[in-house]
Structure formats: structure tokens, C-alpha cells
Write a protein that binds this ligand. Structure first.
Ligand SMILES: Nc1ncnc2c1ncn2[C@@H]1O[C@H](COP(=O)(O)OP(=O)(O)OP(=O)(O)O)[C@@H](O)[C@H]1O
Length: 603
């Protein structure tokens, strides 16, 4: 997380172009371009009708009012009323025409982001805090939708209005127009400077938002641990510190915006005051009619909104550009290339089981100079055999098993399943062949049926019942709604043993030919352990399996045992053989393993 924040801060230091970032939204915005055009046209016409009001006012002052002809007053007054109605109708159209398609656009972008997150490798998720993803999928997407709905339209409309108003002012009186436009040059310089400063702060705020979401998520998920260890206060302090940091950044944003706003509002007001004084002088000297002055000042006043709104439109555009950057940062992440082909799968396999040959692996963020975590693994799990994998804590057992379904890609060597190189199998097909149950049996907020069938979406009722029976998950029948009972985060809380048996059912429901189990008996009480063990014996009887084991009861489920040490397989044999011949194994099984240094063995 700390690393994430550092990343975020270093990213904020990078200069970027707001326009370029926003242009990246075009592939999505293209789908609503017709409606965007209608919205911009409607809003432009509405603003132009606002500008027509001063012209009519000028005519009233110089015409019917100057001549004291009240009858001639009604047509222009009626016109003013009509202009008001047209303006209201056009603004309504502008809003309505975009709301529905933009909702769809946001949903499409969110679906794309979600699909991308599913495709990205586990190593990506190792690096990024979940809150960063959460804030991208919610706040950032929302910011981009709002930008297309409002600021984008008004940046265009206000520019058109400003140009039209400027032309009108020059037509009315070029001298007064020059006075009013005098502050434009300093305003341009100022907004440019504001933009670069504000984009850095906006990026920082959005990243800090993501970090804060991660803290909230971790503390909600880990609430039991936090309470049990009395750490909730520390976590609350951590949260407070982070939210304080975010508050400071938000305040900095508000300051930057306030400074810009003061100038954006102040300078034109001064210019307008000067124009009024000059106009009054010209009228007094008969160089300008009173009606033209009224029309001019009304036009200048009508341009206040396009100029004053510039501040927050720029701020919004900046935040949306930052949101787009953060969105595309994820979308641009390279996906692991899948060299696998269907032909490789079609090739007849030999019943060779699982074979690791010279397999090497190191995590991308492993410190330079450290040896590879797996430094040449040679191991053969015969077809139909159960192989237990033991080793000191941190020796790389979980990592080795994660290479089989290609959750991580081996950095060297070759792994074959029944003679077929896993690198040549399409990843999706490979994962149908290799089922996995992890140490922490994760259940989703869904029914028991949905959780189990996640292992084989096409499986029928009979296979579901068989998988539950194999996993000794008879307790399901006693749940309030049987297999339809909601479990997981927002459902019924199950015991550790129950969760582990459902995870096992999920692993076996598709009758996978290869099974990987990461310490399936961890943290179970004696009674539950016996139940899960019985379930495991059933499961292991029909497949080729690699089982990470920490204790003798798990090891005894296996036909043979492989000992992992210093990145290599140190010994392979039956439990008895290894107890007799392998001192390291004896240490591991006798509980002396605690004395074994991380990743290696006692020397
Ligand atoms: N995602 C990761 N990124 C970087 N290093 C990692 C990652 N996951 C694990 N490691 C490191 O790799 C080493 C091996 O971890 P692994 O989980 O494979 O060990 P293990 O043998 O299964 O340990 P245990 O018996 O405690 O479960 C550890 O030093 C760990 O810190």
C-alpha cells in the first residue's frame, strides 16, 4: 500500500496534457456522438437566445421607450418572453437527450474495466490495492460520465457564446469591447498555470481516495482480527491519518480553485466598471446612444457566466482527465500473452501425470541479487498419484502449485500435464483440467449452488449432488434453503470446515483430471479435520493431485511426498522412506520446522 501511494505520488509528478487524456475517451464517446451534437447544438442555441435578449432590450430603449410609444412595446416584450421559453425548452432538451446514453456508456466502461481486471494476471493484483480498483470503477467512471454530460458541452457552448458575444460587442461599440476584453490576456496565462498545478493536486486526491478505500475495505474484511488483537484503534488512527491527508489535498484543490475564481470574477468586473464609465462618457457626449449602451452592457453581463464558469469547467475537465488517466492506466496494462492453441489440447495425451522439468520462478518485485525462489524444480507426479509437497515456511510451495494453472508464469523450464506443455494449452482450457482449492476457502456472496458450480458452470444437478457428497458436505441439506442458501460475505456465515468442504466440492464438481490443494486441512478442529480428511480421500482417489502439506495428517493422504528446499526438490519418497532417510523431512514433520530458516533447511 505504501508502495502504491509512492507510485501515485510519483505519477502525479508526471506532466500530462488534459486534452490528450480526455481525447482517449473518444472510442467510448463515439457511441453517443449524435446525441452529444444535439446536446451541444441545443445548449448553443439556448445561449445564443440569451444573447439576443440585450439586442431586443437595446431596441426597446432606443425605440418605443425613447418615443414614449407604449403600443410599440408589446411586440418586443412578447419576443423576450418567447426567447425565455425557447431557452428553457432547449436547456431541457440538452439535459434529457444525454442522460440515458451516458448511463449506458458508464456501464460499458465499467464492464470493460471489470473484464480487464479478470484478465490481468495475479501479479498485477499483487501490486495494486483493491481500493484503487474500487475508486476507479466508481468515482472515476462517474467523473468521466459527468464530464461528457456537462463540462464538455459547456466548454464548447461557452466558447461559442463567448465568440458570438465578442463579435456582438464589437458591432455595438468597438472601444467598449476592447476595454471589456482587456483582461483576457492575463486570464489566459493564469488558467494555463492553474491547469498544470491543479492536475497534479487532482491526481493526488484521486489516488489518496483509492488508498483510503483500501484501508476501509481491509478493516471491514479483517474486522475480526482487528478486534481480536485490539488493533482497531491503530487502524482507526491509520484511517484518520489517511483521511486527513486527503482533506489537506482537497483543501489545496479548493485554494487553487478559489484563487483562480477570484481573478476570473474580479478582473472582468473591473473591466465592466471601466466600460460602464467610458460608455456613460460617450453617451453624455452623444457619441453613443443610450440603447446601444444598455445593449452593450447587457451583452457583457450575459458573457459573465461563460467566463466565470471557466474556473470550475477547467477544474472538472482536469479531474475527468485524471480519472481517464487512472482508468486507462489499468486498461493499458499488458495482458499475459496466451500462446496456447486448441491443437495442443487436441493432441492425444499420454497418461504421464504432472511433470516439472527444470522449472524456475522469481516474483517480478523480488529484490535484485536474490536467488530465484524456484531454482530448477524437477518433479514427477505419476498419473492417478497424490503427491504431498512439504517444505519450510516461505520455501515456495504455494508458488509452485500456482504455476500449474498458470496463475503465475514460470520464468524457466517446462511443466507438462499428461505430456502436454501447459504453456501451449489455452489458459482457459488448462484451468478446466486443473482444479484448485486454496488454503483460504473463499466463498462469494452467492448461493451454495452458485459457489460450487463456479468450478464447472455447465455441471448439472447430479454432478452438483455428487460433488457435495464427495466433499462430505451433507450439512448443506440442513441449511435454511439447502443449496439455494446465500453464503459468503453477505450471506450465512459458515464454519471453517464447512467452507473448506464447499471449496473442495467446487474443485471436484467438474471431475478435473488434475487437482491442486493448498494445505486443505489447515486450521481445522479434530472433528472437522476427520470429516474433511474423509472427503479428501474420496476426492484424491480419482485424480492426479499435488497437495501442499504442513502436517503428518495431510501427508498421510498422499502416496508419495516431495520435499522442497532452497528452490529445488530435495527428496521424493513415501512418508516412511523420508522419515528414515531425510533429516530435513524429519525436522519438518516433528515440529522442529519452526527452527528451520525461512525457505531453506537447517544446516
Ligand atoms: N505475490 C508475491 N510477490 C512477491 N513475493 C511473494 C509473493 N507471494 C509470495 N512471495 C514470497 O515468496 C516466498 C514463498 O512464498 P510461498 O507462499 O510460495 O511459500 P510457502 O512455502 O507456500 O509458505 P507457507 O508454508 O508459509 O504457506 C515468500 O518469501 C514470500 O514472501
Amino acid at each position: 500500500m505504501a508502495e502504491n501511494r509512492q507510485d501515485a505520488e510519483s505519477r502525479t509528478g508526471r506532466r500530462r496534457s488534459t486534452v490528450r487524456s480526455l481525447l482517449r475517451l473518444w472510442p467510448y464517446a463515439r457511441a453517443v456522438r449524435g446525441r452529444l451534437a444535439v446536446s451541444v447544438t441545443a445548449a448553443s442555441l439556448a445561449m445564443l437566445s440569451t444573447l439576443a435578449v440585450p439586442v431586443v432590450l437595446g431596441r426597446i430603449v432606443d425605440g418605443s421607450l425613447a418615443r414614449h410609444d407604449l403600443d410599440a412595446l408589446w411586440p418586443p416584450v412578447g419576443l423576450l418572453l418567447l426567447l425565455g421559453l425557447v431557452e428553457a425548452a432547449l436547456f431541457y432538451t440538452r439535459r434529457v437527450v444525454l442522460s440515458r446514453p451516458l448511463g449506458r456508456l458508464e456501464a460499458t466502461m465499467r464492464a470493460d474495466l471489470y473484464a480487464k481486471l479478470q484478465r490481468l494476471p495475479v501479479s498485477f493484483h499483487d501490486r495494486w490495492g483493491s481500493g484503487q480498483m474500487l475508486s476507479r470503477a466508481t468515482t472515476d467512471l462517474n467523473a468521466m460520465r459527468l464530464f461528457l454530460a456537462f463540462p464538455l458541452v459547456f466548454l464548447i457552448v461557452n466558447s461559442v457564446t463567448f465568440l458570438a458575444g465578442t463579435v456582438l460587442m464589437f458591432v455595438q461599440d468597438w472601444r467598449l469591447a476592447l476595454i471589456v476584453l482587456l483582461p483576457s490576456a492575463p486570464l489566459l496565462v493564469l488558467t494555463r498555470r492553474f491547469e498544470s498545478g491543479y492536475s497534479v493536486t487532482a491526481r493526488l486526491a484521486q489516488d489518496q481516495n483509492g488508498d483510503l478505500a483500501t484501508v476501509v475495505e481491509e478493516s471491514v474484511l479483517g474486522i475480526r482480527i482487528l478486534k481480536a488483537f485490539g488493533r482497531h484503534r491503530t487502524m482507526a488512527e491509520n484511517f484518520r491519518a489517511q483521511s486527513h491527508r486527503l482533506r489537506r489535498t482537497e483543501l489545496r484543490k479548493a485554494h487553487q480553485l478559489a484563487n483562480l475564481w477570484a481573478v476570473i470574477v474580479g478582473l472582468p468586473e473591473i473591466a465592466l466598471g471601466c466600460a460602464l464609465a467610458a460608455g456613460a462618457y460617450l453617451v453624455a457626449h452623444d457619441e453613443l446612444s443610450a440603447g446601444t449602451l444598455v445593449a452593450f452592457l447587457s451583452t457583457a453581463l450575459a458573457l459573465r457566466w461563460p467566463v466565470e464558469s471557466l474556473g470550475w469547467l477547467l477544474a472538472y475537465a482536469n479531474e475527468s482527465a485524471t480519472a481517464a488517466d487512472r482508468f486507462f492506466e489499468v486498461m493499458d496494462e499488458p495482458e499475459p500473452e496466451d500462446r496456447g492453441t486448441a491443437e495442443a489440447l487436441a493432441a492425444p495425451g499420454t497418461p504421464d501425470g504432472i511433470r516439472f522439468s527444470g522449472v524456475r520462478f522469481r516474483y517480478p518485485d523480488a529484490p535484485d541479487g536474490t536467488p530465484d525462489l524456484l531454482a530448477g524444480i524437477d518433479l514427477h507426479v505419476r498419473s492417478g498419484e497424490t503427491m504431498a509437497l512439504v517444505g519450510a515456511t516461505g520455501s515456495g510451495k504455494t508458488t509452485l502449485t500456482a504455476l500449474l494453472p498458470r496463475l503465475y508464469e514460470a520464468t524457466g523450464g517446462r511443466i507438462t500435464l499428461d505430456g502436454r506443455d501447459i504453456a501451449e494449452l489455452p489458459r482457459e482450457k488448462l484451468r478446466e483440467l486443473v482444479a484448485v482449492a486454496f488454503e483460504e476457502p473463499t466463498l462469494f456472496s452467492a448461493t451454495v449452488r452458485e459457489n460450487v458450480l463456479m468450478g464447472a458452470p455447465g455441471a448439472d444437478e447430479r454432478q452438483l449432488a455428487a460433488a457435495l457428497a464427495t466433499a462430505q458436505a451433507g450439512f448443506v441439506e440442513k441449511l435454511p434453503a439447502g443449496v439455494e442458501t446465500e453464503v459468503g460475505e453477505q450471506g450465512l456465515s459458515l464454519s471453517g470446515g464447512q467452507r473448506q468442504r464447499l471449496a473442495l466440492a467446487r474443485a471436484v464438481v467438474g471431475d478435473p483430471p488434475f487437482l491442486v490443494l493448498d494445505d486443505p486441512l489447515s486450521a481445522l478442529d479434530v472433528h472437522t479435520e476427520a470429516l474433511v480428511e474423509r472427503a479428501l480421500r474420496e476426492v484424491l482417489g480419482s485424480t492426479t493431485a499435488l497437495v501442499v502439506a504442513h502436517r503428518p495428517s495431510t501427508v498421510l493422504l498422499a502416496d508419495r511426498v516431495a520435499v522442497l528446499a532452497d528452490g529445488r526438490i530435495e527428496a521424493v519418497g513415501t512418508h516412511r522412506e523420508l522419515l528414515r532417510d531425510c533429516p530435513h523431512y524429519r525436522e519438518l514433520m516433528s515440529g522442529e520446522a519452526a527452527l528451520v530458516p525461512e525457505g531453506g533447511r537447517t544446516r
